[in-house]
Design a protein. Structure first.
Length: 103
C-alpha cells in the first residue's frame, strides 16, 4: 500500500494522520509513505511516525519512507529518527523493496 502525504504534519493534524496511518498498516503487509508533499514535520508528526514504526515492528510489518524532502530529512536526522526507518529515494523503489512492482 502506498500512502501519499501532503501538507504540514503538525499537532493540528497528528490525530487524523495517526488514525489514517495505523488503518493503512492494519490493511496491508507493508506501507510506503510517500512524503514528497510534506512541508513541515513537527514533534507531533515525529511522534506519530515513531508510533507507526513501533506498531509495524510489533505486527511484523514494514514501513518505508519514500521521497522524503530535504527539510523533513534534516529534522529526522537531527532528532535521531532517521535511523529508525527504512527509506527509499523514490516511491517505486520503496514499492519494490516491499515486494511489489515499481513504477
Amino acid at each position: 500500500m502506498v500512502a501519499s502525504v501532503a501538507g504540514d504534519i503538525t499537532h493540528a493534524v497528528s490525530g487524523e494522520f495517526q488514525s489514517a496511518l495505523l488503518g493503512a498498516l492494519g490493511q496491508a503487509d507493508g506501507v510506503v509513505l510517500d512524503l514528497m508533499g510534506v512541508g513541515i514535520l513537527t514533534s507531533a508528526g515525529l511522534r506519530t511516525l515513531l508510533l507507526l514504526h513501533r506498531e509495524a515492528v510489533k505486527s511484523k510489518k514494514r514501513v518505508v519512507l519514500a521521497a522524503v524532502p530535504a527539510g523533513v530529512r534534516d529534522v529526522m536526522e537531527v532528532t535521531g529518527f532517521w535511523e529508525q526507518f527504512e527509506t527509499a529515494e523514490k516511491v517505486g523503489d520503496a514499492v519494490v523493496s516491499l515486494g511489489g512492482t515499481g513504477v
